[in-house]
Design a binder for this molecule. Structure first.
Ligand code: ATP
Length: 611
């Protein structure tokens, strides 16, 4: 267990340590009760063997005499009854303690697992976007679910088992030596081999479990990816390919689990052999001492039972270490999330709503060192302006939006909102200033109204309908079986790409954000609807700063200003009219799209004439 892992384990047990200590303490009590049962049995055997009541312990003999006098029984019979009742009573007390131990350990471990899950979930909400670039969603799901479960199992049973084993060993070993040093020495002769074997096994299992857990993570990630992209898989008829890839990952997982099971099997076989050999050694030596008259039958019986009680926890150590090995691997994977750097937290400005002025000064962004995606970008966008951004794929348009919302940090330069450096303001406040509509917006599997209410929980029906009208999606929603109460997604209405985009736009409009961003957000909308939305946005002109990223020039031609980006540089800027009149990339783009539109018109005309 490395230092960080153990520190984390210690930290997460805060608030439950007393309960754990109590669980271990009652385990100690349970063991103490259980340990006295063999003694009672041993005395019974000696009394039976010699027919001599004085061989029994004083307390039991006195109780037997009292019982015999009361009921008129024979003292010998009364002694057997008293011993039987004592044995059953001690066993019942031990069992009650064990029940308490199980209950307390379960309560504590469930509480800790809950805390761990919630801490991880909360942590994931505050990790930077770059963390998720490198993580597989499926693997993260596994860390929050099955890895937490492995730690819970460890905490619920293994921690107490370890405590119990240590207690039993430390208490019983001296007792055994006091009772019979010769037999005790022989009883522990194979112990070093059993313990060394357990440690060796622990190291092996831990390494193998790490591999197994990672292959399970890879399988979950594959499954999650496949289900998310099921439409793409169908569209490209890639089902067989996906099934075979999933099968390959499944085989890897099976092989790794088999290796893990083989290791366990080998350990149990070897440790069974050693433990049985250990018991045999004590039995043979005890028999010799018995024949020599230096040991009674009862003493041998009690000793044998107690030796078994020592060997049992030591042998069990293998399983405990096995589980601990798994838990350490899972904790390490959980730590990876818990120790990732969170997004920094800055104070929120006093004004709730910004005006929406944006300034970029010499902004340089790199995802990979030495490969700038935005390179020395300087732009001033006054509040209320509508800005169009165009450029070839990969020019850095979406990256610009990501750094504006501080999802990524620029390596150089600075960005100001209303004159405030965005690095000095609270990210939540900053992101509340933006209403960003993406090309592939995410909608929850809830009702249309719920999805719209995500923007503002206090929104009323009229506001919802007004926003939906502006985004040209009201008619479509009204046509759904349950209107705004229709469920979206898997178990409800299936929305087209354009409907999803328009719903997302309505959601953004409901917030009335100071800065509205459409990141290729009308790409799946037909030109007629696009025109409708653009005129709605025109009517809103001045109410918010609007940034429209588009490949289709019709989306940006009415903008106050158009920025042309190429390979992270601003290469042209101006109104549609000035840029179209100047030779350069924008004009070329106009010519290409114009030629395309003309060709389509011509095709349509010919088709109509032919009819
Ligand atoms: P498009 O018009 O196709 O949406 P874009 O102009 O919006 O393109 P960006 O999405 O900003 O382009 O991407 C710019 C470049 O940065 C691309 O080469 C892309 O591969 C790269 N890139 C984008 N996101 C990441 C990321 N998270 N990690 C690494 N590289 C990235």
């Amino acid at each position: 267990m490395n230092n960080k892992t153990s520190k984390n384990l210690w930290r997460i047990t805060a608030g439950q340590r007393v309960r754990y200590a109590a669980a271990i303490a009652v385990t100690g009590l349970a063991s103490a009760f259980m340990l006295t049962v063999p003694l009672v049995g041993g005395y019974v055997l000696d009394v039976v063997d010699t027919q001599d009541l004085s061989r029994g312990p004083e307390a039991l003999v006195n109780a037997a005499h009292a019982l015999a006098a009361f009921w008129g029984w024979q003292p010998y019979v009364a002694y057997l009854v008293v011993s039987g009742v004592a044995g059953v009573g001690l066993t019942a007390l031990g069992a009650s303690c064990q029940y308490l131990q199980g209950r307390w350990a379960a309560i504590a471990s469930e509480a800790l697992a809950r805390r761990l899950r919630e801490t991880m979930y909360a942590r994931l909400q505050h990790l930077p976007a770059s963390f998720f670039d490198e993580a597989d969603t499926g693997d993260l799901v596994q860390r929050c679910s099955s890895d937490v479960e492995t730690v819970r199992v460890f905490l619920s049973s293994q921690v107490v088992q370890i405590g119990r084993s240590v207690l039993l060993l430390s208490v019983l070993t001296p007792i055994l030596f006091v009772r019979d040093a010769r037999l005790a020495g022989l009883a522990l002769v194979l112990m070093p081999f059993i313990i060394t074997g357990a440690y060796y096994f622990f190291a092996k299992v831990r390494a193998q479990f790490k591999i197994t857990d990672e292959s399970e993570g890879a399988l979950t990630a594959r499954l999650q990816e496949n289900l998310t992209g099921i439409r793409v898989v169908r569209a490209f008829a890639r089902q067989d390919y996906e099934v075979s890839h999933f099968g390959a990952k499944s085989i890897t997982l099976r092989d790794n689990r088999e290796r893990l099971n083989r290791l366990s099997g080998a350990y149990w076989a070897v440790s069974d052999f050693l433990c049985t050999a250990q018991v045999c050694i004590v039995l043979i030596a005890g028999g010799i001492f018995l024949a020599g008259g230096t040991l009674t039958v009862g003493e041998l019986f009690a000793f044998m039972m107690q030796v078994t009680m020592v060997i049992w926890p030591v042998r069990h150590l293998g399983q405990v270490l096995n589980e601990s090995g798994k838990a350490m691997v899972s904790l390490g994977r959980i730590n990876h999330v818990l120790q990732a750097d969170e997004e920094s937290r800055e104070p929120a400005p006093t004004v709730e709503r910004a005006r929406g002025e944006l300034v970029l000064e010499d902004v340089c962004v790199e995802y990979e060192p030495g490969k700038p995606v935005l390179d020395g970008l300087s732009v001033h966008i006054p509040a209320g302006e509508t800005v169009g951004i165009v450029g070839p794929p990969g020019a850095g348009k979406s990256t610009l939006i990501r750094v504006l919302a501080r999802l990524y940090e620029p390596q150089r330069g600075r960005i100001l909102i209303d004159g405030l450096d965005i690095r000095d303001v609270d990210r939540h406040w900053l992101r509340r200033q933006f209403g960003i509509v993406m090309q592939n917006p995410f909608l929850y599997s809830r009702t249309v109204a719920d999805n719209l209410r995500l923007a503002r929980s206090d929104v009323n029906d009229d506001e919802m309908v007004a926003a939906a009208r502006e985004a040209a999606v009201h008619d479509a929603i009204a046509g759904f079986p349950a209107g705004y109460r229709s469920r979206v997604g898997e178990r409800g209405v299936t929305l087209s790409g354009g409907q999803r985009q328009r719903l997302a736009l309505a959601r953004a409009l409901l917030v009335e954000p100071p800065i509205l961003v459409l990141d290729d957000a009308l790409s799946a909308v037909d030109t007629g609807t696009e025109r409708e939305i653009m005129s709605a946005l025109d009517r809103r002109r001045g109410r918010h700063t609007t940034i429209i990223i588009a490949h289709r020039l019709s989306s940006v031609r009415n903008a106050d200003r158009i920025l042309v980006l190429e390979r992270g540089h601003l290469i042209q800027e101006g109104t549609h009219a000035t840029l179209a009149a100047t030779s350069g990339p924008y004009r070329r783009l106009c010519e290409i799209q114009g030629a395309l539109d003309q060709a389509i018109e011509q095709d349509l005309k010919e088709a109509t004439d032919a009819v």
